[in-house]
Design a protein around this ligand. Structure first.
Ligand SMILES: [Zn+2]
Length: 289
């Protein structure tokens, strides 16, 4: 994306804040600009495998074979210079960061201000797993937090944020900086969410969620045609959590998000046959824990 487009995008976005109601979808003219850099997925497969092997693999094996809970600590700290996929290499030359994997207090996130990429099994997950009084559903969902598929999805998700930001004139850093500088809380939220009601519905979060789904498909590819959206939400619990948060705002907000997500999955050839027939609302009704 050229600098000109980037500036235009930010300017138009800022203009749009004066008449864009919070619930309204992202304005159409911005869509066409954004399409330039969110139309296809990145290939970060090798790097995701490399990071997983050197960080979470042992933790996941210990838990699944010997029921040993993850230790609260850092498992891996490396520079992005270690990454080998073409787009990662380009991103590193623009925007070197440190990757930190572990069982941390926070969840996973790309810290664009301090140049760190955190990929985490949040400590509260371990706390939950120590509790013997969990419902079956919650137990199943928590166990899915400690699978190869899920943790690789988390790695893919965060790496994709970093690569997109680094290769597109730091659009994400700009967005966050603008939100930080904005004293009106509601307006700041709107900037951070790129015009949507909530950050997880923004085009850049959906883009990262799509990379997490792409990884889930790599892992469960053989059975993809049989899986429903409901199964996918279990395998990649981030989707369940986001869906639940949005549904608690209201069902309309949830529907806007899932329609955007499914539309993008369809475009990227990530929508399995059985995922087309799921009713959106049933996903959450079936899984409220
Ligand atoms: Zn994200």
């Amino acid at each position: 994306m050229s600098k000109y487009l980037h500036e235009e995008y930010v300017r138009k976005f800022e203009d749009s804040l004066f008449y864009n109601k919070v619930q309204e979808p992202f304005p159409i003219y911005l869509d066409s600009i954004l399409r330039n850099f969110i139309e296809n997925t990145l290939n970060l497969d090798k790097d995701v495998d490399y990071i997983y092997k050197n960080s979470f693999k042992k933790i996941v094996d210990d838990y699944n074979y010997d029921n040993i809970l993850p230790e609260k600590s850092i498992y891996l700290k490396i520079s992005t210079s270690k990454l080998k996929n073409l787009e990662s290499k380009k991103a590193h030359s623009n925007n070197p960061c440190e990757i930190i994997c572990g069982c941390l207090q926070s969840g996973s996130f790309y810290d664009l201000i301090n140049k760190k990429i955190y990929i985490s099994i949040p400590e509260y997950i371990v706390g939950f797993l120590q509790d013997n009084n969990l419902s079956l559903k919650l137990n199943k969902m928590l166990n899915n937090e400690l699978t190869e598929s899920r943790l690789k999805s988390a790695i893919y998700h965060e790496l994709s944020h970093w690569v997109r930001d680094s290769l597109n004139n730091f659009y994400l850093s700009d967005l966050f900086q603008r939100a930080l500088n904005c004293s009106d809380k509601e307006k700041a939220n709107l900037i951070r969410s790129a015009g949507k009601k909530q950050k997880d519905m923004s085009y850049y979060e959906i883009d990262a969620q799509i990379h997490g789904i792409k990884q889930t498909k790599i892992y469960h590819g053989d059975s993809w045609g049989k899986l429903t959206l409901n199964d996918l939400f279990y395998m990649y619990p981030t989707l369940m959590n986001v869906g639940t948060i949005l549904y608690s705002i209201n069902s309309k907000v949830f529907k806007i998000w899932i329609k955007d997500l499914v539309k993008r999955m369809d475009r990227e050839n990530l929508l399995g046959k059985n995922m087309r027939i799921d009713s959106y609302e049933k996903i959450l009704e079936n899984n409220m824990v």
